[in-house]
Design a protein around this ligand. Structure first.
Ligand code: THU
Length: 144
């Protein structure tokens, strides 16, 4: 899974969707908007923004909002996710979101993460961000 096959135009389009989602972030406590755009198998795009709460730990990250929205719409396989935080040059998904994204990999096991790079989109694999991950296969092997 070293070849992502994502054109720079598509990566830019996903980042643009993530930036637009970030404009809807509810961040009265951190003032740190984040936007995410997941591309599903089949090509549709679902976005999310972070949603904070006065009870701080109940905050939901942008990536998790996007994943939950996609799953609720009937999707299970994410090809790529673009993540952006307009207040910083580049942001990477937090550890919890890496785990949640990993659950919904593409059918071939890949999932590509598109970040804001210095000169354009930077594309990294979920395995680079979350090596030796825990996942459903381990639960399956325990029950067999
Ligand atoms: N945040 C995200 O939405 N995604 C991440 O991957 C990192 C953190 C949000 C959570 C909180 O609303 C704000 O950024 C500051 O932590």
């Amino acid at each position: 899974m070293t070849n992502h096959g994502i054109s720079s135009e598509r990566a830019e389009a996903l980042l643009a969707a993530a930036r637009e989602a970030a404009s809807r972030a509810y961040v009265p406590y951190s003032q740190f908007p984040v936007g995410a755009a997941v591309e599903l198998e089949g090509g549709s795009i679902v976005t999310g923004c972070n949603v904070e709460n006065a009870s701080y730990p109940l905050t939901v990250c942008a990536e998790r909002v996007a994943v939950a929205t996609a799953v609720a719409a009937g999707h299970r396989h994410i090809r790529a996710v673009a993540v952006t935080a307009p207040k910083v040059a580049s942001v990477t998904p937090c550890g919890g979101c890496r785990q949640v994204l990993s659950e919904f990999r593409s059918s071939d096991g890949s999932l590509w993460v598109i970040l804001e790079g210095k000169t354009g989109p930077e594309i990294v694999s979920i395995d680079e961000l979350l090596p030796r991950s825990f996942g459903p296969a381990q639960l399956d092997s325990a029950s067999g």
